[in-house]
Design a protein around this ligand. Structure first.
Ligand SMILES: *[C@@H]1O[C@H](CO)[C@@H](O)[C@H](O)[C@H]1NC(C)=O
Ligand SMILES: *[C@@H]1O[C@H](CO)[C@@H](O)[C@H](O)[C@H]1NC(C)=O
Ligand SMILES: *[C@@H]1O[C@H](CO)[C@@H](O)[C@H](O)[C@H]1NC(C)=O
Length: 477
Protein backbone atom coordinates (compact mmCIF):
# COMPACT_ATOMS: atom_id res chain seq x y z
CA UNK A 1 0.00 0.00 0.00
CA UNK A 2 1.40 3.39 -0.98
CA UNK A 3 1.78 6.03 1.69
CA UNK A 4 -0.21 9.13 0.91
CA UNK A 5 0.28 12.50 2.66
CA UNK A 6 -3.17 12.42 4.25
CA UNK A 7 -2.24 9.13 5.89
CA UNK A 8 0.82 10.73 7.45
CA UNK A 9 -1.36 13.52 8.79
CA UNK A 10 -3.79 10.96 10.10
CA UNK A 11 -1.00 9.07 11.87
CA UNK A 12 0.38 12.31 13.27
CA UNK A 13 -3.07 13.13 14.63
CA UNK A 14 -3.30 9.69 16.19
CA UNK A 15 0.04 10.20 17.88
CA UNK A 16 -1.06 13.59 19.17
CA UNK A 17 -4.18 12.14 20.73
CA UNK A 18 -2.31 9.27 22.34
CA UNK A 19 -3.42 8.84 25.90
CA UNK A 20 -1.72 7.14 28.78
CA UNK A 21 -3.93 5.65 31.44
CA UNK A 22 -2.91 2.63 33.47
CA UNK A 23 0.11 2.08 31.28
CA UNK A 24 -1.99 1.77 28.13
CA UNK A 25 -1.04 3.81 25.07
CA UNK A 26 -3.35 3.82 22.11
CA UNK A 27 -1.94 3.80 18.58
CA UNK A 28 -4.91 3.42 16.27
CA UNK A 29 -5.30 -0.18 15.26
CA UNK A 30 -2.92 -1.52 17.86
CA UNK A 31 -2.58 -0.66 21.49
CA UNK A 32 0.55 -0.84 23.51
CA UNK A 33 -0.04 -2.79 26.70
CA UNK A 34 2.49 -2.39 29.46
CA UNK A 35 2.69 -5.86 30.97
CA UNK A 36 4.87 -4.68 33.83
CA UNK A 37 2.41 -2.01 34.97
CA UNK A 38 -0.52 -4.38 34.68
CA UNK A 39 1.32 -7.07 36.63
CA UNK A 40 2.15 -4.54 39.31
CA UNK A 41 -1.48 -3.47 39.71
CA UNK A 42 -2.62 -7.10 39.81
CA UNK A 43 0.00 -8.02 42.40
CA UNK A 44 -0.76 -5.08 44.65
CA UNK A 45 -4.42 -6.05 44.98
CA UNK A 46 -5.21 -6.53 48.65
CA UNK A 47 -7.76 -8.93 50.12
CA UNK A 48 -10.16 -6.27 51.35
CA UNK A 49 -13.82 -6.96 50.86
CA UNK A 50 -15.17 -3.48 50.52
CA UNK A 51 -18.68 -3.22 51.86
CA UNK A 52 -21.03 -0.23 51.74
CA UNK A 53 -20.38 1.15 48.33
CA UNK A 54 -21.12 4.86 47.97
CA UNK A 55 -23.97 6.51 46.13
CA UNK A 56 -25.17 9.94 45.11
CA UNK A 57 -27.87 11.63 43.07
CA UNK A 58 -27.13 14.04 40.27
CA UNK A 59 -29.40 15.61 37.64
CA UNK A 60 -32.23 13.17 38.24
CA UNK A 61 -29.96 10.15 38.01
CA UNK A 62 -28.96 7.90 40.87
CA UNK A 63 -25.33 6.90 40.78
CA UNK A 64 -24.29 3.80 42.71
CA UNK A 65 -20.63 3.01 43.16
CA UNK A 66 -19.90 -0.34 41.64
CA UNK A 67 -16.90 -2.44 42.53
CA UNK A 68 -15.51 -5.76 41.65
CA UNK A 69 -16.06 -8.34 44.36
CA UNK A 70 -12.59 -8.85 45.67
CA UNK A 71 -11.67 -12.47 45.88
CA UNK A 72 -7.96 -12.10 45.71
CA UNK A 73 -6.39 -14.10 48.47
CA UNK A 74 -3.56 -11.63 48.40
CA UNK A 75 -1.18 -14.54 47.87
CA UNK A 76 0.26 -14.53 44.40
CA UNK A 77 0.74 -18.31 44.63
CA UNK A 78 -3.05 -18.77 44.66
CA UNK A 79 -3.47 -16.71 41.52
CA UNK A 80 -3.37 -19.61 39.06
CA UNK A 81 -5.67 -21.81 41.06
CA UNK A 82 -8.21 -19.04 41.61
CA UNK A 83 -8.34 -18.36 37.91
CA UNK A 84 -8.94 -22.00 37.05
CA UNK A 85 -11.86 -21.95 39.49
CA UNK A 86 -13.28 -18.67 38.16
CA UNK A 87 -13.24 -19.88 34.61
CA UNK A 88 -14.75 -23.23 35.56
CA UNK A 89 -17.62 -21.39 37.27
CA UNK A 90 -17.96 -19.20 34.20
CA UNK A 91 -18.26 -22.30 32.05
CA UNK A 92 -21.04 -23.68 34.25
CA UNK A 93 -22.91 -20.39 34.09
CA UNK A 94 -22.78 -20.39 30.30
CA UNK A 95 -23.92 -24.03 30.11
CA UNK A 96 -26.89 -23.28 32.33
CA UNK A 97 -27.83 -20.16 30.39
CA UNK A 98 -27.87 -22.31 27.25
CA UNK A 99 -30.02 -24.92 29.01
CA UNK A 100 -32.42 -22.27 30.31
CA UNK A 101 -32.77 -20.76 26.85
CA UNK A 102 -33.43 -24.19 25.31
CA UNK A 103 -36.10 -24.87 27.93
CA UNK A 104 -37.77 -21.50 27.47
CA UNK A 105 -37.78 -21.81 23.71
CA UNK A 106 -39.25 -25.30 23.89
CA UNK A 107 -41.91 -24.08 26.33
CA UNK A 108 -40.77 -26.09 29.32
CA UNK A 109 -40.78 -24.47 32.75
CA UNK A 110 -38.82 -25.93 35.56
CA UNK A 111 -40.95 -27.51 38.25
CA UNK A 112 -40.48 -26.19 41.74
CA UNK A 113 -38.89 -29.07 43.50
CA UNK A 114 -35.78 -29.57 45.52
CA UNK A 115 -34.39 -32.19 43.18
CA UNK A 116 -34.53 -30.05 40.09
CA UNK A 117 -32.49 -27.20 41.44
CA UNK A 118 -28.98 -27.96 40.29
CA UNK A 119 -26.39 -27.92 43.01
CA UNK A 120 -22.72 -27.79 42.22
CA UNK A 121 -20.36 -29.82 44.33
CA UNK A 122 -18.34 -26.98 45.75
CA UNK A 123 -20.06 -23.98 47.29
CA UNK A 124 -16.79 -22.12 47.67
CA UNK A 125 -16.41 -21.42 43.99
CA UNK A 126 -15.96 -17.81 43.06
CA UNK A 127 -17.00 -15.95 39.99
CA UNK A 128 -16.10 -12.48 38.97
CA UNK A 129 -18.95 -10.14 39.73
CA UNK A 130 -19.82 -6.59 40.61
CA UNK A 131 -21.51 -5.22 43.72
CA UNK A 132 -23.46 -2.09 44.76
CA UNK A 133 -25.04 -1.04 48.06
CA UNK A 134 -28.74 -0.15 48.42
CA UNK A 135 -30.96 0.38 51.46
CA UNK A 136 -33.80 -2.04 52.01
CA UNK A 137 -36.13 -1.50 54.95
CA UNK A 138 -33.62 0.99 56.34
CA UNK A 139 -30.64 -1.40 56.22
CA UNK A 140 -27.60 -1.37 53.95
CA UNK A 141 -27.58 -4.33 51.61
CA UNK A 142 -24.56 -4.93 49.40
CA UNK A 143 -25.75 -6.97 46.46
CA UNK A 144 -24.41 -8.48 43.27
CA UNK A 145 -25.58 -6.81 40.06
CA UNK A 146 -26.92 -9.20 37.41
CA UNK A 147 -28.41 -8.26 34.06
CA UNK A 148 -29.08 -11.94 33.34
CA UNK A 149 -31.81 -12.39 35.96
CA UNK A 150 -34.84 -10.46 37.20
CA UNK A 151 -35.68 -11.07 40.83
CA UNK A 152 -33.88 -8.99 43.44
CA UNK A 153 -33.44 -10.87 46.72
CA UNK A 154 -31.56 -10.74 50.01
CA UNK A 155 -30.82 -13.35 52.66
CA UNK A 156 -33.59 -13.26 55.22
CA UNK A 157 -34.37 -14.08 58.87
CA UNK A 158 -35.28 -16.67 60.01
CA UNK A 159 -32.97 -18.52 57.68
CA UNK A 160 -32.99 -22.22 56.93
CA UNK A 161 -29.72 -22.19 55.02
CA UNK A 162 -27.75 -19.00 54.54
CA UNK A 163 -24.12 -18.50 53.58
CA UNK A 164 -21.97 -16.16 55.68
CA UNK A 165 -22.30 -12.45 55.05
CA UNK A 166 -20.79 -9.54 56.99
CA UNK A 167 -23.96 -7.39 56.90
CA UNK A 168 -26.80 -8.38 59.26
CA UNK A 169 -29.51 -10.51 57.65
CA UNK A 170 -32.68 -8.72 56.59
CA UNK A 171 -35.38 -9.28 59.20
CA UNK A 172 -38.95 -8.69 57.98
CA UNK A 173 -40.28 -8.96 61.55
CA UNK A 174 -38.61 -5.76 62.66
CA UNK A 175 -39.63 -3.74 59.60
CA UNK A 176 -42.97 -1.95 59.53
CA UNK A 177 -42.71 -1.36 55.80
CA UNK A 178 -42.43 -5.06 54.91
CA UNK A 179 -45.47 -6.86 53.47
CA UNK A 180 -45.92 -10.42 52.28
CA UNK A 181 -47.11 -10.97 48.73
CA UNK A 182 -50.16 -13.27 48.65
CA UNK A 183 -49.90 -16.44 46.69
CA UNK A 184 -53.02 -15.81 44.60
CA UNK A 185 -51.74 -12.52 43.16
CA UNK A 186 -50.61 -11.49 39.70
CA UNK A 187 -47.24 -10.55 41.21
CA UNK A 188 -46.79 -14.12 42.40
CA UNK A 189 -47.73 -15.38 38.94
CA UNK A 190 -45.22 -13.08 37.27
CA UNK A 191 -42.49 -15.21 38.84
CA UNK A 192 -42.87 -17.65 36.00
CA UNK A 193 -41.59 -15.10 33.48
CA UNK A 194 -39.03 -13.61 35.82
CA UNK A 195 -37.44 -16.78 37.11
CA UNK A 196 -38.56 -19.66 34.91
CA UNK A 197 -40.19 -21.21 37.97
CA UNK A 198 -43.84 -20.88 38.96
CA UNK A 199 -44.62 -19.20 42.26
CA UNK A 200 -45.93 -21.78 44.69
CA UNK A 201 -48.58 -21.71 47.37
CA UNK A 202 -47.80 -23.42 50.63
CA UNK A 203 -50.06 -23.93 53.64
CA UNK A 204 -50.27 -20.17 54.07
CA UNK A 205 -52.17 -18.42 51.24
CA UNK A 206 -50.76 -15.07 52.38
CA UNK A 207 -47.33 -16.18 51.21
CA UNK A 208 -45.91 -16.62 47.70
CA UNK A 209 -42.91 -18.94 47.59
CA UNK A 210 -40.25 -18.52 44.95
CA UNK A 211 -37.21 -20.41 43.74
CA UNK A 212 -34.50 -19.17 41.41
CA UNK A 213 -31.63 -21.23 40.12
CA UNK A 214 -28.72 -19.48 38.46
CA UNK A 215 -26.51 -20.36 35.60
CA UNK A 216 -23.68 -21.48 37.84
CA UNK A 217 -25.62 -23.86 40.06
CA UNK A 218 -26.33 -21.27 42.75
CA UNK A 219 -29.88 -20.89 43.98
CA UNK A 220 -32.16 -18.96 46.31
CA UNK A 221 -35.54 -19.98 47.70
CA UNK A 222 -37.85 -18.09 49.98
CA UNK A 223 -40.93 -15.90 49.87
CA UNK A 224 -41.88 -12.77 47.99
CA UNK A 225 -42.28 -9.58 49.94
CA UNK A 226 -42.49 -5.87 49.33
CA UNK A 227 -40.41 -3.28 51.10
CA UNK A 228 -39.18 0.29 50.94
CA UNK A 229 -36.04 0.39 48.82
CA UNK A 230 -33.74 3.39 48.69
CA UNK A 231 -31.44 3.75 45.71
CA UNK A 232 -28.96 6.53 46.44
CA UNK A 233 -31.41 9.06 47.89
CA UNK A 234 -34.43 7.99 45.84
CA UNK A 235 -37.07 5.92 47.68
CA UNK A 236 -39.05 3.22 45.90
CA UNK A 237 -42.12 2.16 47.87
CA UNK A 238 -43.46 -1.41 47.83
CA UNK A 239 -40.53 -2.81 45.92
CA UNK A 240 -41.11 -6.52 45.31
CA UNK A 241 -38.15 -8.73 46.22
CA UNK A 242 -37.29 -12.18 47.43
CA UNK A 243 -36.83 -12.81 51.14
CA UNK A 244 -34.37 -15.68 50.74
CA UNK A 245 -34.46 -18.39 53.39
CA UNK A 246 -32.50 -21.08 51.59
CA UNK A 247 -29.57 -19.71 49.61
CA UNK A 248 -26.48 -21.35 48.37
CA UNK A 249 -23.81 -20.76 45.81
CA UNK A 250 -21.47 -18.27 44.30
CA UNK A 251 -22.66 -15.10 45.97
CA UNK A 252 -19.49 -14.60 47.97
CA UNK A 253 -20.18 -12.39 50.95
CA UNK A 254 -22.84 -10.28 49.24
CA UNK A 255 -26.19 -9.97 51.03
CA UNK A 256 -28.08 -10.87 47.88
CA UNK A 257 -28.57 -9.96 44.29
CA UNK A 258 -30.07 -7.17 42.20
CA UNK A 259 -31.85 -8.37 39.06
CA UNK A 260 -31.64 -5.98 36.09
CA UNK A 261 -33.28 -8.21 33.46
CA UNK A 262 -36.23 -7.21 31.31
CA UNK A 263 -39.33 -8.81 32.88
CA UNK A 264 -41.95 -7.13 35.12
CA UNK A 265 -40.29 -8.11 38.38
CA UNK A 266 -36.87 -6.72 37.55
CA UNK A 267 -35.66 -3.61 39.36
CA UNK A 268 -35.68 -1.72 36.06
CA UNK A 269 -39.36 -2.47 35.40
CA UNK A 270 -40.36 -1.76 38.99
CA UNK A 271 -38.64 1.64 38.99
CA UNK A 272 -39.59 2.69 35.48
CA UNK A 273 -41.82 5.53 36.73
CA UNK A 274 -38.82 7.01 38.49
CA UNK A 275 -35.95 6.18 36.14
CA UNK A 276 -37.75 5.77 32.82
CA UNK A 277 -36.52 2.23 32.24
CA UNK A 278 -32.97 3.44 31.59
CA UNK A 279 -29.81 2.26 33.32
CA UNK A 280 -26.15 2.10 32.48
CA UNK A 281 -22.95 0.79 33.94
CA UNK A 282 -19.23 1.18 33.64
CA UNK A 283 -17.46 -1.98 34.80
CA UNK A 284 -14.04 -1.35 36.33
CA UNK A 285 -11.06 -3.69 36.14
CA UNK A 286 -10.34 -6.13 38.94
CA UNK A 287 -7.77 -4.15 40.91
CA UNK A 288 -9.24 -3.09 44.23
CA UNK A 289 -8.50 0.57 43.69
CA UNK A 290 -10.76 0.86 40.71
CA UNK A 291 -14.45 1.45 41.02
CA UNK A 292 -17.14 2.05 38.45
CA UNK A 293 -20.79 2.99 38.57
CA UNK A 294 -24.28 1.77 38.01
CA UNK A 295 -26.44 4.72 36.96
CA UNK A 296 -30.22 4.56 37.15
CA UNK A 297 -31.95 7.12 34.98
CA UNK A 298 -30.93 8.59 31.71
CA UNK A 299 -29.69 12.17 32.01
CA UNK A 300 -26.67 12.00 29.70
CA UNK A 301 -24.88 14.85 31.50
CA UNK A 302 -23.80 12.47 34.25
CA UNK A 303 -21.78 10.20 31.97
CA UNK A 304 -18.01 10.67 31.57
CA UNK A 305 -17.67 9.02 28.18
CA UNK A 306 -14.72 10.05 26.04
CA UNK A 307 -16.20 8.91 22.71
CA UNK A 308 -19.75 9.48 21.43
CA UNK A 309 -22.38 6.82 22.09
CA UNK A 310 -23.33 4.48 19.31
CA UNK A 311 -26.65 2.68 19.65
CA UNK A 312 -28.02 -0.64 18.50
CA UNK A 313 -31.44 -2.25 18.73
CA UNK A 314 -32.27 -4.64 21.58
CA UNK A 315 -33.86 -7.51 19.68
CA UNK A 316 -37.42 -8.38 20.65
CA UNK A 317 -37.66 -11.97 21.86
CA UNK A 318 -41.01 -12.80 23.42
CA UNK A 319 -39.83 -16.23 24.55
CA UNK A 320 -36.80 -14.90 26.38
CA UNK A 321 -38.06 -11.83 28.25
CA UNK A 322 -35.25 -11.72 30.78
CA UNK A 323 -32.27 -11.45 28.48
CA UNK A 324 -30.90 -8.60 26.39
CA UNK A 325 -30.16 -9.75 22.85
CA UNK A 326 -28.22 -7.75 20.26
CA UNK A 327 -27.50 -8.29 16.58
CA UNK A 328 -23.73 -8.81 16.21
CA UNK A 329 -22.92 -8.01 12.59
CA UNK A 330 -19.11 -8.15 12.60
CA UNK A 331 -15.85 -8.20 14.52
CA UNK A 332 -12.69 -6.48 13.36
CA UNK A 333 -9.20 -7.27 14.58
CA UNK A 334 -6.66 -4.49 14.20
CA UNK A 335 -9.00 -2.84 11.68
CA UNK A 336 -9.39 -6.01 9.58
CA UNK A 337 -12.96 -7.30 9.28
CA UNK A 338 -13.35 -11.01 9.97
CA UNK A 339 -15.78 -13.10 7.91
CA UNK A 340 -18.32 -15.63 9.15
CA UNK A 341 -21.73 -16.72 7.90
CA UNK A 342 -22.97 -16.50 11.50
CA UNK A 343 -22.71 -12.70 11.77
CA UNK A 344 -26.19 -11.14 11.85
CA UNK A 345 -27.89 -14.52 12.05
CA UNK A 346 -28.97 -14.98 15.65
CA UNK A 347 -29.04 -12.65 18.62
CA UNK A 348 -26.05 -12.47 20.93
CA UNK A 349 -26.80 -11.98 24.60
CA UNK A 350 -25.14 -9.20 26.59
CA UNK A 351 -24.61 -10.26 30.21
CA UNK A 352 -22.94 -8.67 33.23
CA UNK A 353 -22.57 -12.03 35.01
CA UNK A 354 -20.68 -14.03 32.40
CA UNK A 355 -16.97 -13.22 32.42
CA UNK A 356 -15.54 -14.30 29.07
CA UNK A 357 -17.31 -13.57 25.75
CA UNK A 358 -18.48 -16.75 23.98
CA UNK A 359 -18.67 -16.75 20.19
CA UNK A 360 -20.12 -19.30 17.77
CA UNK A 361 -17.25 -21.56 16.56
CA UNK A 362 -17.10 -20.09 13.03
CA UNK A 363 -16.82 -16.54 14.37
CA UNK A 364 -14.32 -17.54 17.04
CA UNK A 365 -12.09 -19.35 14.53
CA UNK A 366 -12.07 -16.33 12.20
CA UNK A 367 -11.26 -13.97 15.07
CA UNK A 368 -8.53 -16.24 16.43
CA UNK A 369 -6.92 -16.69 13.01
CA UNK A 370 -6.78 -12.94 12.37
CA UNK A 371 -5.52 -12.25 15.90
CA UNK A 372 -2.74 -14.85 15.52
CA UNK A 373 -1.79 -13.35 12.16
CA UNK A 374 -1.37 -9.89 13.65
CA UNK A 375 -0.02 -10.92 17.05
CA UNK A 376 2.69 -13.07 15.56
CA UNK A 377 6.21 -13.77 16.66
CA UNK A 378 5.39 -14.29 20.31
CA UNK A 379 6.08 -17.71 21.85
CA UNK A 380 2.90 -19.67 22.39
CA UNK A 381 1.81 -21.19 25.70
CA UNK A 382 -0.61 -24.02 26.57
CA UNK A 383 -4.37 -23.47 26.71
CA UNK A 384 -5.84 -22.32 29.98
CA UNK A 385 -9.29 -23.68 30.83
CA UNK A 386 -11.71 -22.33 28.17
CA UNK A 387 -9.01 -20.06 26.67
CA UNK A 388 -7.09 -21.74 23.86
CA UNK A 389 -4.97 -18.93 22.43
CA UNK A 390 -2.16 -18.28 24.88
CA UNK A 391 1.35 -16.82 24.84
CA UNK A 392 4.44 -16.79 27.01
CA UNK A 393 5.16 -13.07 27.36
CA UNK A 394 7.43 -13.30 30.38
CA UNK A 395 10.38 -11.66 28.62
CA UNK A 396 8.43 -8.64 27.34
CA UNK A 397 7.89 -5.38 29.19
CA UNK A 398 5.22 -4.28 26.77
CA UNK A 399 3.48 -5.64 23.69
CA UNK A 400 1.37 -4.24 20.85
CA UNK A 401 -2.10 -5.74 21.02
CA UNK A 402 -4.36 -5.59 17.93
CA UNK A 403 -7.59 -3.74 18.70
CA UNK A 404 -10.84 -5.68 18.83
CA UNK A 405 -14.05 -3.98 17.73
CA UNK A 406 -17.47 -5.59 17.76
CA UNK A 407 -20.02 -4.18 15.34
CA UNK A 408 -23.76 -4.27 15.84
CA UNK A 409 -26.82 -3.53 13.75
CA UNK A 410 -27.19 0.22 13.19
CA UNK A 411 -23.42 0.82 12.93
CA UNK A 412 -22.94 0.59 16.66
CA UNK A 413 -19.48 -0.41 17.80
CA UNK A 414 -17.95 -1.73 21.00
CA UNK A 415 -14.21 -1.12 21.13
CA UNK A 416 -12.90 -3.66 23.60
CA UNK A 417 -10.64 -2.05 26.19
CA UNK A 418 -7.10 -3.41 25.92
CA UNK A 419 -7.34 -4.82 29.47
CA UNK A 420 -10.31 -6.86 28.20
CA UNK A 421 -8.38 -8.45 25.32
CA UNK A 422 -5.80 -10.43 27.26
CA UNK A 423 -6.22 -12.60 30.32
CA UNK A 424 -3.30 -13.16 32.70
CA UNK A 425 -3.61 -16.86 33.49
CA UNK A 426 -0.23 -16.68 35.21
CA UNK A 427 0.79 -13.49 36.91
CA UNK A 428 4.42 -13.86 35.76
CA UNK A 429 3.09 -13.51 32.18
CA UNK A 430 4.25 -16.99 31.12
CA UNK A 431 0.64 -17.71 30.14
CA UNK A 432 -1.31 -14.73 28.82
CA UNK A 433 -4.37 -15.64 26.76
CA UNK A 434 -6.73 -14.06 24.28
CA UNK A 435 -9.75 -13.44 26.53
CA UNK A 436 -12.36 -14.89 24.17
CA UNK A 437 -13.77 -18.41 23.96
CA UNK A 438 -15.68 -20.55 21.52
CA UNK A 439 -19.09 -22.10 22.04
CA UNK A 440 -19.29 -25.83 21.33
CA UNK A 441 -22.00 -25.60 18.66
CA UNK A 442 -22.77 -23.04 15.99
CA UNK A 443 -26.43 -22.77 17.05
CA UNK A 444 -25.73 -22.01 20.71
CA UNK A 445 -26.35 -18.46 21.88
CA UNK A 446 -23.32 -16.17 21.90
CA UNK A 447 -22.70 -14.10 25.03
CA UNK A 448 -20.85 -10.82 25.48
CA UNK A 449 -19.21 -11.18 28.87
CA UNK A 450 -18.19 -8.57 31.41
CA UNK A 451 -14.45 -8.89 30.73
CA UNK A 452 -14.97 -7.32 27.30
CA UNK A 453 -17.23 -4.57 28.67
CA UNK A 454 -14.64 -3.02 30.98
CA UNK A 455 -14.03 0.70 30.80
CA UNK A 456 -17.09 1.14 28.61
CA UNK A 457 -20.32 2.96 29.45
CA UNK A 458 -23.09 0.58 28.43
CA UNK A 459 -26.57 2.18 28.38
CA UNK A 460 -29.70 0.05 28.39
CA UNK A 461 -32.80 1.96 27.32
CA UNK A 462 -35.58 -0.56 27.86
CA UNK A 463 -38.35 1.92 26.92
CA UNK A 464 -37.23 2.29 23.33
CA UNK A 465 -35.32 -1.04 23.24
CA UNK A 466 -31.89 0.23 22.39
CA UNK A 467 -28.45 -0.19 23.86
CA UNK A 468 -25.49 2.16 23.56
CA UNK A 469 -21.72 1.90 23.97
CA UNK A 470 -19.08 4.56 24.56
CA UNK A 471 -15.57 4.53 25.94
CA UNK A 472 -15.22 5.67 29.53
CA UNK A 473 -12.50 5.21 32.09
CA UNK A 474 -14.64 3.94 34.94
CA UNK A 475 -14.65 5.82 38.22
CA UNK A 476 -17.32 6.59 40.79
CA UNK A 477 -16.31 10.14 41.73
C1 LIG B 1 -24.55 2.43 54.73
O1 LIG B 1 -23.91 2.75 53.52
C2 LIG B 1 -23.48 4.09 53.43
C3 LIG B 1 -22.86 4.26 52.06
O2 LIG B 1 -23.67 3.70 51.08
C4 LIG B 1 -22.47 4.38 54.52
O3 LIG B 1 -22.11 5.74 54.47
C5 LIG B 1 -23.07 4.06 55.87
O4 LIG B 1 -22.08 4.20 56.86
C6 LIG B 1 -23.58 2.62 55.88
N1 LIG B 1 -24.24 2.35 57.14
C7 LIG B 1 -23.96 1.30 57.88
C8 LIG B 1 -24.77 1.13 59.13
O5 LIG B 1 -23.10 0.50 57.54
C1 LIG C 1 -28.90 -8.07 11.77
O1 LIG C 1 -28.60 -6.93 11.01
C2 LIG C 1 -28.39 -7.21 9.64
C3 LIG C 1 -27.87 -5.93 8.99
O2 LIG C 1 -28.68 -4.84 9.32
C4 LIG C 1 -29.66 -7.74 9.03
O3 LIG C 1 -29.47 -8.05 7.68
C5 LIG C 1 -30.09 -9.00 9.79
O4 LIG C 1 -31.33 -9.47 9.33
C6 LIG C 1 -30.19 -8.71 11.28
N1 LIG C 1 -30.39 -9.95 12.00
C7 LIG C 1 -31.35 -10.12 12.93
C8 LIG C 1 -31.35 -11.43 13.64
O5 LIG C 1 -32.19 -9.27 13.19
C1 LIG D 1 8.57 -18.71 29.09
O1 LIG D 1 9.64 -18.15 28.36
C2 LIG D 1 10.82 -18.00 29.13
C3 LIG D 1 11.82 -17.23 28.30
O2 LIG D 1 11.97 -17.81 27.04
C4 LIG D 1 11.33 -19.36 29.56
O3 LIG D 1 12.49 -19.23 30.33
C5 LIG D 1 10.26 -20.05 30.39
O4 LIG D 1 10.64 -21.37 30.70
C6 LIG D 1 8.93 -20.08 29.63
N1 LIG D 1 7.93 -20.52 30.59
C7 LIG D 1 7.01 -21.43 30.30
C8 LIG D 1 6.09 -21.82 31.40
O5 LIG D 1 6.88 -21.89 29.18
Amino acid sequence: MAFRPFMLIFIALLLLTTTTTNGVFSFGEKELLSLKKLQFSLKSSKPSFCLSQKSRSENGATILEMRHRDYFSGLVTDWNQNHQIWLRADKTRVQSIQARIRNLVSGKTEAHSQTQIPITSGVNLHTLNYIVTVRLGGKNMTVIVDTGSDLTWVQCQPCKQCYNQPEPLFDPKISTSYHSIPCKSSTCQSLQYATGNLGICGADAAVCNYAVSYGDGSYTRGELGSERLILGTIPVENFVFGCGRNNRGLFGAASGLMGLGRSDLSLISQTSNTFGGVFSYCLPTTDVDSSGSLILGGDSSVYKNSTPFSYTRILPNPQLVTFYFLNLTGISIGGVATQSPSFGKAGILIDSGTVITRLPPSIYEAVKAEFLKQFSGYPSAPSFSILDTCFNLSTYDEVDIPTIKMQFEGDAELTVDVTGIVYFAKIDATQVCLALASLTYEDEIGIIGNYQQRNTRVIYDTKVSKLGFAKEVCTFS
